[in-house]
Design a protein around this ligand. Structure first.
Ligand code: PLP
Length: 454
């Protein structure tokens, strides 16, 4: 059937908004069919970590396609899956020897829930089923992962269908107006977990899940350093499994293979996706400690799986992605370029008083706009700042990613997460159109700008 780009689209996603047709992509750039170039400063949705059209990945996929694209996991083992599992296990905390492949982040989180649950059943603690999570947070769109998610617009329509899980506040210390030190705040937020476990009855609590560096729901939220260790201690104290959702933060985006490494944490189970397949293949994984997996397998098997799990084509792509990151030392590069980009974003605060906070780690960075930096009161939600700035940047060929930072209802934050291959020279190509877009926003909404600061 004939098709041309002008006609009505039969596709639908969240809204009716249409975008130009993609022509090609290379490195940090994409081009539409009209020849306009875009710098992908959001790596899609924090996915294209090694940039587009990487020759090593394309060649690895081509070679694998010529051998086999699918071999069902119950019928065959395959070399790319075995090699990829061994590689990511070697990059994970000691004892985390077992890998379960999936096709994306929501599937990875669902798998973590089910493994945790089956482990406690195997351990004779079947009364444990509650999974505590944080709010705001995002753990995926499937109903199990959504039950853990704290982001009102996404969860509200489905509330009657969800077995909603208990939440504690995310450690958004930048909003707190108190006299506590950074450490005291970190301990305060960790203590909320302890209190919640006690309130629910520790014998009913299965796990605690958190994004070590926040994603789109919080805008790259980083907790005070003490928070991470204290959360681990609390989980240990009550026999609660600690799950790190590293779907966005994992595979190098924060400058380490797992963000957990920044604080020397060994979570019991980890979820990966996004930058793992890096836009080349639908790929995710759950990495778990040997003891957990062995207990489940010994008790009769893991009652869970997805058809495409561990398919050789996706795993060949994932293996080439991880090799590319390691051999080009992209994690160290990410730490360095990310620090420079963050410093540049912080400098923007002098020119734009309506930028209230800049946060994140490596190239998982974000800034938040506010009406008043002292009170951190958000800009009026009806101004739709989170939408407008993205569109102004898009017109200038710069792709950034935004969400509403206050539980999805108000507030505006913007993720600045270019691929890990972004060079220091390319930072100007992000910052200049970003400044022009912020100027346009300020002019339209009559927001203050310090003209004396470039
Ligand atoms: C932290 C986190 N977990 C889970 C998911 C869900 O991943 P997917 O969209 O691949 O299902 C996302 C996606 O944004 C995420 O950021």
């Amino acid at each position: 059937m004939d098709w041309n780009p002008e006609q009505k689209s039969r596709l639908f996603y969240q809204t009716r908004q249409r975008r130009p047709l993609l022509d090609r992509a290379e490195g940090v750039y994409l081009w539409d069919v009209n020849g306009k170039r875009y710098l992908d400063a959001a790596s899609g949705a924090m996915v294209s970590n090694i940039g587009h059209s990487n020759p090593r990945v394309i060649e690895a996929m081509r070679r694998q396609m010529e051998r086999s694209t699918f071999g069902y996991r119950l019928h065959f083992e395959n070399e790319p899956a075995e090699r990829l599992a061994a590689t990511i296990a070697s990059l994970s905390p000691p004892g985390h020897e077992k890998v379960f492949f999936v096709s994306g982040g929501s599937e990875a989180v669902e798998s973590c829930l089910k493994l945790a649950r089956q482990y406690t059943i195997a351990a004779g603690q079947g009364e444990r089923w509650r999974v505590i999570s944080r709010s705001p947070s995002y753990h995926g769109s499937t109903l199990g992962a959504l039950a853990l998610t704290g982001y009102q617009p996404l969860t509200a329509p489905f509330t009657p269908m969800l077995r909603e899980m208990p939440k504690i506040p995310s450690p958004r210390c930048y909003l707190d107006r108190d006299d506590l030190s950074e450490d005291e705040r970190g301990l305060y937020y960790a203590e909320l977990l302890r209190q919640k476990i006690i309130e629910l009855g520790p014998e009913t609590v299965l796990a605690f899940i958190m994004e070590p560096v926040g994603g789109a729901s919080t805008g790259a939220l980083v907790a005070p350093d003490v928070y991470y260790g204290r959360i681990s201690e609390i989980c240990d104290e009550f026999g609660v499994l600690l799950i790190y959702d590293e779907v966005m933060s994992g595979v190098g985006r924060t400058g380490k293979f797992l963000a957990a490494e920044h604080w020397n944490i060994a979570p019991d189970i980890v979820a990966l996706a996004k930058g793992f397949g890096a836009g080349y293949a639908a790929l995710g994984a759950m990495i778990a400690h040997d003891d957990i997996v062995n207990a489940v397998l010994d008790s009769g098997g893991f009652q869970h799986g997805h058809t495409y799990a561990g398919n050789p084509l996706a795993c060949a792509a994932g293996l080439a992605v991880v090799q590319e990151i390691i051999e080009n030392d992209l994690m160290a590069h990410t730490e360095q370029v990310g620090a420079q980009l963050k410093a540049e974003l912080e400098k923007l605060m002098s020119r734009y008083p309506f930028i209230g906070d800049v946060r994140g780690k490596g190239l998982l960075l974000a800034f938040e706009t506010v009406a008043d930096r002292r009170t951190m009161e958000p800009l009026p939600p009806e101004w739709m700042v989170y939408h407008k700035l993205v569109e102004y940047a898009y017109e200038r060929g710069l792709i950034i990613y935004s969400r509403r930072t206050r539980d999805g209802i108000a507030g505006d934050h913007f993720m600045i997460c270019p691929p890990m291959i972004t060079t220091v020279d390319q930072l100007g190509e992000i910052l200049e159109p970003l400044k022009a877009s912020l100027d346009e926003l300020a002019a339209e909404l009559n927001l203050p700008v310090s003209r004396s600061v470039p």
